[in-house]
Design a protein around this ligand. Structure first.
Ligand code: FPP
Length: 252
C-alpha cells in the first residue's frame, strides 16, 4: 500500500500509522480530557493556564482525527459537576471555550468539520449558546469530522432528560425499547463511541456517555491533557486494534 503522509504527524509517526489496519480504526473516539490543573500546578502556574495549554491538544486532536479519517470525535469539556469549581475558573473556562470556538470556526468549517454541542443548554451563558448555535449552523453540511463538545454534560443528566422526553411524548413504559432511549439522547444519530481515552492516569468514566459507551474500549495514559500528542494517540490506537471486541458474546 502507498505510504501516506498525515497532517499533524511526523514522517516517523506516519510510518507507524501506515502499518496500522486503518480500516479498523475507531469510528467514534471520545475523550475525557484530564490533568490541565495538575499540569499547571506542577509548573507553579495558575490552573487556568493549564486549560489554555490544553487547547493546543484539542487542536492536535482535531487535526489528527481529521487526517486519520476518524469521523466522530467527542471531547468532555465541561461536566455538570464542574460548576462546583471556583467561580473564576468556571468563568475562565467558559470564556476560553467560547473564544476558541469563535477563533477556529472558519478553519474548522474549511476542513469540513461539523461542530456540535452535547449537553444541557440551561445554565450556560447566552453568548456561549449563541456561539455554539452559530458553529452548528455554519458547519452542519460538513461531513469529514463530526466534532462534539460535551459542555454542561453528564451521562446521568442525559439519561434523565431522555426519560423525561419519552414520558412527555406519552411513550408506553411496557413497550419501551433500547432504540427508543437511544433515539431520545442528545445526539441520537451519532454512532456509539468505540474507544474512550482518558488522560492524567485516571481510570473512571466520571459520568461520561454512560449509555453510549456501554461497549466502548477504555484506554488511559498517565500524560496530562496538555502533554497528550501523537505518541499517546498512536499507542491508544495500536492497543485498540489489539483488543477483541466481543459485545458480551464469544470469539469464533
Ligand atoms: C480537565 O482538567 C479539563 C477540563 C475540565 C476542561 C477541559 C477544557 C479545555 C482543554 C479547553 C477546551 C477548549 C475547547 C475549545 C473545548 P482538570 O482541570 O480537571 O485537571 P486536574 O484534574 O488536574 O485538576
Amino acid at each position: 500500500m502507498a505510504e501516506l503522509e498525515y497532517d499533524g504527524f511526523t514522517p516517523e509517526e506516519a510510518a507507524v500509522i501506515n502499518r496500522l489496519d486503518r480500516s479498523r480504526l475507531p469510528r467514534h473516539l471520545a475523550v475525557i480530557m484530564d490533568g490541565n490543573g495538575r499540569w499547571a500546578t506542577q509548573r507553579s502556574l495558575p490552573r487556568v493556564l493549564g486549560h489554555h495549554a490544553g487547547v493546543e491538544t484539542v487542536r492536535f486532536m482535531i487535526t489528527a482525527c481529521h487526517s486519520l479519517g476518524i469521523p466522530y470525535l467527542t471531547l468532555y469539556s465541561f461536566s455538570t459537576e464542574n460548576w462546583k469549581r471556583p467561580e473564576a475558573e468556571v468563568q475562565a473556562l467558559m470564556a476560553l471555550i467560547e473564544g476558541q470556538l469563535r477563533n477556529e470556526l472558519v478553519t474548522m468549517d474549511r476542513k469540513g468539520v461539523y461542530v456540535r454541542h452535547l449537553g444541557r443548554r440551561e445554565g450556560l451563558p447566552d453568548s456561549l449558546l449563541q456561539t455554539l448555535d452559530d458553529c452548528e449552523a455554519q458547519t452542519r453540511h460538513n461531513t469529514a469530522l463530526t466534532l462534539s463538545f460535551a459542555i454542561n454534560y453528564s451521562g446521568r443528566a442525559e439519561l434523565l432528560d431522555a426519560v423525561k422526553r419519552l414520558a412527555r411524548a406519552g411513550h408506553d413504559a411496557a413497550s419501551l425499547t433500547e432504540e427508543d432511549i437511544t433515539g431520545a439522547m442528545y445526539l441520537p444519530a451519532h454512532p456509539d463511541p468505540d474507544l474512550v481515552i482518558r488522560t492524567a492516569g485516571e481510570m473512571r468514566m466520571s459520568n461520561f456517555m454512560l449509555w453510549e459507551a456501554a461497549y466502548a474500549e477504555f484506554w488511559s495514559t498517565p500524560a496530562f491533557w496538555p502533554e497528550f500528542r501523537a505518541p499517546q494517540l498512536l499507542a491508544a490506537l495500536e492497543e485498540y486494534l489489539r483488543r477483541t471486541r466481543k459485545y458480551g458474546g464469544v470469539t469464533s
